[in-house]
Design a protein around this ligand. Structure first.
Ligand SMILES: [Zn+2]
Length: 190
C-alpha cells in the first residue's frame, strides 16, 4: 500500500506542476491528459532510476514513523546495498540511511573502501555522513533534496568540500519528490 500511496501523491504533485501535457522535469516521462495521467517507466541505470529506489527506502522509513531518508549503493549498475533512516527503531542517533547503506555495502563487498560505487541518497548528507563517505572513499554521491537545516553545505568553509578529493557530487536528482516526502512527514507531525 505504501507504494500506491507514494505514486498517487507523486502523480498529484506532477499534475500540479505541469504546464503542458508532456513533462520530464526530474524523472519519468509523465503524460497528463486530464483526467488520465500515464507514467512511462524510467530507464534502468539512470540517476533517476536509482534515486527512485532510494525513495522507496525513504518511504519505508516514512511508514515506520522515521524521518523519511533512504539510500542505495550502486556498483556496475547494480544495487549492492540499501538503507533507510532507523534512528528511532535502533535508538541510535547515528543510524542514518547513508551509514546503514554503507555498512551493508562494506559487508557485501568485503571491502572498507568503495571507490567504484555510487551512493544515492534522498537528502543532502549531514556532516557525520560526509565523514563516513570520506573514509569510505566513495566514488560518487548523488543526492536529491537540499537540507537547509542539517545538510553539509551549512558547514562549508570557503567552499571546501568535506568529501574525498576524488569523490564526485551530483545534487538535485528527483529533488522535488525527495523534498515532498520530507515536507509531508513533518506536516503530519504538527
Ligand atoms: Zn547523516
Amino acid at each position: 500500500m505504501a507504494d500506491i500511496r507514494y505514486v498517487s501523491f507523486y502523480t498529484v504533485f506532477l499534475r500540479q506542476s505541469v504546464n503542458s501535457p508532456w513533462t520530464m522535469d526530474h524523472g519519468p516521462w509523465t503524460i497528463d491528459f486530464s483526467p488520465f495521467t500515464f507514467h512511462l517507466p524510467m530507464l534502468p541505470e539512470s540517476h533517476e532510476y536509482f534515486m527512485q529506489q532510494a525513495l522507496k527506502e525513504a518511504q519505508l522509513a516514512f511508514d515506520s514513523d522515521e524521518v523519511p531518508v533512504g539510500a542505495v549503493v550502486v556498483m556496475n549498475n547494480k544495487i549492492i546495498a540499501r538503507g533507510h533512516n532507523q534512528v528511532e527503531l535502533l535508538n541510535d542517533s547515528t543510524a542514518h540511511a547513508e551509514i546503514l547503506a554503507l555498512t551493508s555495502a562494506y559487508s557485501s563487498m568485503g571491502s572498507k573502501y568503495l571507490p567504484d560505487a555510487t551512493l544515492y541518497v534522498t537528502l543532502e548528507p549531514c556532516l557525520m555522513c560526509c565523514g563516513a563517505l570520506y573514509w569510505g572513499k566513495i566514488g560518487r554521491i548523488v543526492y536529491g533534496a537540499s537540507d537547509e537545516k542539517n545538510g553539509f553545505h551549512k558547514h562549508l568553509i570557503a567552499n571546501h568540500s568535506p568529501f574525498h578529493p576524488k569523490t564526485e557530487v551530483i545534487n538535485g536528482v528527483l529533488r522535488d519528490e525527495c523534498a515532498w516526502l520530507m515536507k509531508s512527514f513533518f506536516q503530519q507531525k504538527r
